[in-house]
Design a protein around this ligand. Structure first.
Ligand code: ARG
Length: 459
């Protein structure tokens, strides 16, 4: 097909070069944004009398039809066009003749692509935010259900102190709440309109950029036309947010995989979200969690792609920037796909409180509480720590636990011990007493749940 820019050239573009140069196979995703942007542009051209008002109206009406035709399948995207911008303009010109050729007045594909991508990412940011809110809500419901369910808390993957399952879950809710907030923050800078920057230097036409920006729901306009066409910070910011979402999903997935193993058996995933093995009949594999963990790698790669593409690019537009879209699209699709499966997987998972409690009952998990007990009786913490260390050592050597040592054995270690020490190492009491702000007590978990439920209403 003849290129829009064919006039300057004496030869057609080499076929391989043409394929290499083309972006329509992936930027066709932005057809809706491209057409909506063009409608606002035509409206501005008419409003400013750069083209006649009735011409603008005809262009807008035809663009609306093109959009409807694409949505219902009456029109197919012709991949022999270089990109989605060229395709829309070509269909418009095929249908309206010379009038269609007026649309590209006072703009360039450079500001057009920057506009489309910002609009596309703005939509995706909203979609991902909605999915994150749903996830936080599911986590909060589970946390409320299990706010008093005792499990071991770990450091170094060694049993450390007793916590509630609800508290552990709410740690993730806090991470996802920050992800929601980060996306909202990134959206502020994404939501600035580049159209009207034109190729790089602005234009001699008497345009109204604020009119277009307002029509398209942007909060303001880019104030430097070179920055307007060259800036892809908004992509980097979005990808950083996406990468962190994946870090959080991946850590959570890792725990779900551990918890559903026979070694832990703290949870049981629903059959609908697990797979079997082709050879081992007993297997029930947490593939959804594993894939969420594994797919984080692609999103980190997308972020690195974007940073590397931008680094070293002179102002203003360079074709390298066409590489932005696949990275961004891949991250959008991956994050959405993972959240869409992760949330129902979590919602349908069942906790097995008996196993959690059993794991918390072994391993001297209340040793800190026993030391704190001695401190409350007046011993300095370091002295108390040493005495409890000896008690643990004795238990390990004799195959006992802190609960099964006798009063005489305790007295032999320190005469500060009284029979009330056994209350100090009671599992439920250990958790219920951790009422410091942000601590694991059931009442604190409820407070976190209430907080999270309220927070998600703000976005
Ligand atoms: N397909 C191009 C991209 O994705 C659109 C902008 C083309 N601009 C140009 N000067 N060749 O970046």
């Amino acid at each position: 097909m003849d290129k829009m820019w064919a006039g300057r050239f004496s030869k057609a573009l080499d076929k391989t070069a043409d394929d290499f140069n083309s972006s329509i196979s992936f930027d066709k995703k932005m057809y809706r944004q491209d057409i909506t942007g063009s409608m606002a542009h035509a409206a501005m051209l008419g409003y400013k009398n750069i083209i006649a008002k009735d011409e603008a109206d005809k262009i807008i009406a035809e663009l609306e039809k093109i959009l409807a035709d694409l949505e219902c399948g009456a029109l197919d995207i012709d991949e022999s066009c270089e990109d989605i911008h060229m395709f829309v303009e070509k269909v418009l010109t095929d249908r309206l003749g010379d009038l269609g050729k007026k649309l590209h007045t006072a703009r360039s594909r450079n500001d057009q692509v920057a506009l489309d991508l910002r609009m596309y990412l703005r939509d995706k940011t909203d979609e991902i935010t909605a999915l994150l809110k749903e996830l936080v809500s599911v986590i909060s419901n589970k946390a409320e259900e299990y706010k008093a369910t005792i499990m071991p808390g770990y450091t170094h993957l060694q049993r450390a102190q007793p916590i509630t399952f609800g508290h552990h879950l709410m740690a993730y809710a806090m991470m996802f709440l920050r992800d929601i907030d980060r996306l909202a923050d990134a959206k502020k800078r994404m939501n600035i309109c580049p159209i009207g920057s034109c190729a790089l230097a602005g234009t001699t036409y008497d345009t109204d950029r604020r009119f277009e920006a307002q029509k398209l729901g942007f909060t303001s306009v880019c104030l430097n036309s070179m920055d307007g066409v060259s800036d892809r910070d908004f992509c980097v910011e979005f990808l950083s947010c996406a990468a962190l979402i994946m870090v959080h999903l991946s850590r959570f997935s890792e725990e779900i995989i551990l918890w559903s193993s026979w070694e832990f058996k703290f949870i049981e995933l629903d059959d609908a979200f697990t797979t079997g093995s082709s050879i081992m009949p007993q297997k029930k594999n947490p593939d959804m969690a594993e894939l969420s963990r594994g797919k984080s790698g692609r999103v980190f790669g997308d972020l690195m792609t974007m940073l590397t593409v931008l680094k070293g690019l002179p102002l203003a537009y360079n074709k390298d920037m066409q590489e932005d879209k696949e990275a961004v699209f891949d991250a959008c699709d991956t994050v959405k796909m993972c959240l869409e499966v992760f949330t129902p997987m979590l919602a349908t998972a069942k906790a097995i409180p008996e196993n959690m409690r059993k794991a918390a009952s072994a391993g001297f998990i209340c040793a800190t509480d026993l030391a704190d007990y001695l401190v409350k009786k007046g011993l300095p913490f370091r002295t108390a720590y040493k005495i409890v260390g000896s008690a643990v050592g004795k238990c390990v050597a004799e195959g006992k636990t802190l609960e099964t040592l006798t009063m005489e054995e305790y007295k032999a270690l320190s005469d500060v011990f009284e029979p009330d020490l056994f209350e100090a190492i009671d599992l439920d009491a250990c958790v219920e007493k951790r009422i410091s702000l942000g601590g694991t007590s059931p009442q604190n978990v409820q407070m976190q749940v209430d907080f999270a439920r309220n927070e998600i209403k703000k976005y």
